[in-house]
Design a protein around this ligand. Structure first.
Ligand code: AMP
Length: 395
């Protein structure tokens, strides 16, 4: 796997696909700069070598050139984080971009305007990719969040750099972390899968049954399994048409010697609301009119036992409706258990959307071995798919 560490960038112009799709407030201030900070190590390495950097990214989902999606809004923040005055080209192609790239001196950083101002980006247009490619000497992909898309700047562009393409430090770390969980893992390996629906996680579950020793299934998915097993789930969320699939998963797990752990008790509520009345009940005996919205204390104890003996832990999806304080306890406790196991030497990877949000919200981010930056991309890797953006560099 070639990374920026394998190249000397002296007097080279690196064109880097980054993911600077950051949230902005109504005054166009960056409200969370995590993604910009995440790209800094790659940029620093290239500048330290004596190279220059051309940054390209998308921002939001513009329909054509809409100023609210202009990357000029993030120039000041990017300059502050990188400690360099970032030059901005108000187009990512044509004379403006060509001139700006030509004028670029070693040590300088150029940010191109939003790639998605052109529909050719998402269409994976070859000519557009060629134009982008003409701006730089070496192509670096450091955008995990878009690695599952075959867009011009994430995938198609790579063919124009047969020997001069590589992964950035961030993307390499994402790949390595996932490898540490799925391929080179230290046993016992435990996957915690939560979230709302079985249907959105089914391919992930099927793929990782071959890789793990334990699987904790929590969140809203629980109730499809419990109902399939004959339990009473009251008003809890359930996908009736996935009950057979749930039983099949349990059967497959048995065949593959994977131990499945499902909540035995839940915090049930009489409404989907933070101020609802609650009671802890047996997961198979949820009264009519009540719904399970978090894992109960006995379940959390069971899960803790599994987590503490695990050497590799993958966490995707919350154990309850953590957005409401009343139902956040299970997710917080699980997060703390994983943090403790990590402190004791386990490798923990948190990835895929809501569990990342939960870990950040509860201040546990620094206590995990790795927190992924790409929701959809991480899920697709967990599903066992080869991401086009990654394949394009490896080929
Ligand atoms: P996902 O995007 O599939 O990972 O699902 C995340 C969402 O699942 C979060 O917004 C949680 O609030 C929700 N969730 C977790 N547990 C439950 C539950 N018991 N009932 C309903 N929704 C849940």
């Amino acid at each position: 796997m070639k990374t920026v560490q394998n190249f000397n960038f002296k007097d080279q112009k690196a064109i880097i696909r980054v993911d600077f799709n950051v949230p902005l407030d109504e005054n166009f201030n960056v409200t969370d700069a995590t993604r910009i900070e995440a790209a800094k190590p790659t940029i620093d390495k290239i500048l330290a070598d004596g190279g220059s950097v051309i940054l390209m990214s998308h921002l939001g989902r513009p329909k054509g050139k809409e100023d609210q999606y202009s990357l000029r809004h993030i120039v000041a923040k990017t300059s502050e984080i990188l400690g360099v005055n970032v030059i901005f080209a108000n187009d990512c192609r044509g004379d403006v971009a060509q001139q700006a790239a030509e004028n670029l001196k070693p040590g300088q950083v150029l940010l191109l305007e939003n790639l998605r101002f052109y529909k050719e980006e998402e269409a994976g247009d070859e000519n557009f990719a060629k134009e982008l490619a003409s701006l730089g000497d070496i192509y670096v992909n450091d955008a995990f969040g878009t690695a599952h898309r075959a867009h011009a700047s994430t995938t198609i562009i790579a063919q124009f750099f047969p020997n001069h393409k590589c992964f950035g430090i961030l993307l390499a770390k994402e790949i390595e972390s996932l490898n540490r969980v799925l391929n080179n893992s230290v046993k016992p390996v435990t996957a915690v899968l939560g979230g709302s629906k079985v249907s959105s996680k089914i391919t992930v579950i099927e793929n990782i049954l071959d890789k793990v020793d334990h699987m904790i299934i929590g969140g809203g998915m629980t109730f499809t399994f419990i109902k399939a097993l004959g339990g009473k789930i009251g008003n809890s969320i359930c996908e009736d048409d996935k009950q057979e699939l749930a039983l099949e998963i349990l059967h497959l797990a048995k065949q593959k010697n994977v131990q499945i752990h499902i909540p035995v008790d839940v915090v049930a509520a009489d409404a989907f609301a933070n101020n609802a009345n609650t009671q802890v009940v047996d997961v198979r005996e949820i009264p009519a009119g009540w719904q399970g919205l978090d894992a109960g204390p006995k379940s959390l104890e069971n899960f803790k036992e599994v987590i503490m003996k695990s050497k590799t832990i993958l966490w995707n999806g919350p154990l309850g409706v953590f957005e409401m304080e009343t139902f956040a306890k299970g997710t917080i406790e699980l997060g703390k258990d994983i943090a403790e196991a990590t402190a004791n030497g386990a490798f923990s990877l948190v990835g895929g959307g809501d569990s990342v949000a939960a870990v950040k919200q509860f201040g546990l981010e620094d206590q995990m071995s790795y927190v992924s930056t790409g929701g959809g991309a991480m899920l697709e890797m967990l599903e066992g798919k080869t991401l086009p953006g990654i394949a394009a560099i490896l080929n």
